[in-house]
Design a protein around this ligand. Sequence first.
Ligand code: AHR
Length: 495
Amino acid sequence: AQKKATIEINPEQGTQKISKHIYGHFAEHLGSCIYGGLWVGENSDIPNTKGYRTDVLGALKNLQIPNLRWPGGCFADEYHWTDGIGPKENRPKMVNNNWGGTIEDNSFGTHEFLNLCELLGCEPYISGNVGSGTVEELAKWVEYMTSDGDSPMANLRRKNGRDKAWKVKFLGVGNESWGCGGSMEPAYYADLYRRYSTYCRNYDDNKLFKIASGASDYDYDWTETLMKKIGNKMDGVSLHYYTVKGWDGSKGSATKFSKDDYYWTLGKCLEIEDVVKKHIAIMDKYDAKKKIGLMVDEWGTWWDVEPGTNPGHLFQQNTLRDAFVAALTLNVFNKYGDRIQMANIAQVVNVLQSMILTKGKQMVLTPTYYVFDMYKVHQDATYLPLTLSCDTMKLEKNRAVPMLSASASKDAKGAIHITIANPDIDNAEEVEINIPSLKAAKVTGRILTSKEVDDYNEFGAPEKVQPKEFKDAKITKQGLKVKMPAKSIVVLEII
Ligand code: AHR
């Protein structure tokens, strides 16, 4: 069957920017995200560039990733950066207590991470240890990375082979401090934030953007307390929201699910809009000028690990369903760009809702990767508000899934980009897009879809779900007419 929907866009109405940092990523010392995923070492027989996997580097460069958060996650609050500098043979090992008890040899440390960011052309986002580290330790890490003077930590860095300081903008002061980052009460964390952040200095012309460890999902009290107590001392506050069934018991298979599971997933993922609106309303009370950013620095799907893999390594497959979670969520983030200044999907390689999966020499780009590829046109573009009218599927717990999701932006060259998702498994949708004063010459597009919503790319068959050219958008007198097949995600460019 074919349904109808309409979208109204006024290209002259855009006032706010979609920060490119909404398209950010996250790399934790967890499973094979770092070792085997990003880093194989220079002596590996897997093709590498200075130790970084060449295939993964190329794939991430293509995505134009704006920032990369590291070293965790929960790992960050047990990480001691001095263990990861200097000659590799002298670096002490540690137990990765959060993630399967794996032995971490610290061969990937500060230099390896910051050099990777330089290769990728992205901003590093350092997550500092507040849970088990000292104020002095974090203060010295900042000095080590960013001081160019004749300072003790800058000289230690020089001794370790790096003359010029790196630029580090984003600094997280703790992670999930209510949980794995120290099991703190919000008021206690707020005091610690004051103390730790005081000693994280701006060296030379490096200017830190300090991010407080924020709430989980529906914990509005955490945000309220932080805004009240440290609102004048932070540049951003984080928020974590996973599309997950719950924290006890099975989270469901990444690849074997029913139609009901599919719509439940989309309903849960879309609930993020209500959650961010409530956190934003609290922030607005204390910061009407919207100076402080809401940084959704962990989000995405969380399923059971793939059978036979280490339960502590969070390795999961990624289907067209995950691609919808990415598409729908990014359309929400784009809309709140006046407050949401950053978001980091968890995680970049081999962990949770990854962009990339690797196995030995093989690499697979996931359906989620392709959503980020299609949506990269929104990075730093002007957001164009739109109104959308379509059918909505009602689900339990007051959740609902509108049968269309969209966002639009205008880039520096004047090109308009529209990303549209039709999550309906069974029905195509004819979409009328009204764009007053459109003087378009040409519309082109790409589409991501597949036969089934549980289709995925696997080692040996890496090309099952891939974007293709989209030809079903036509210019009309009012704007555009677009035929969206069932379960499809489309990006359009109008020039
Ligand atoms: O992304 C996996 C984990 O989820 C992170 O380490 C932690 O911050 C969150 O609980």
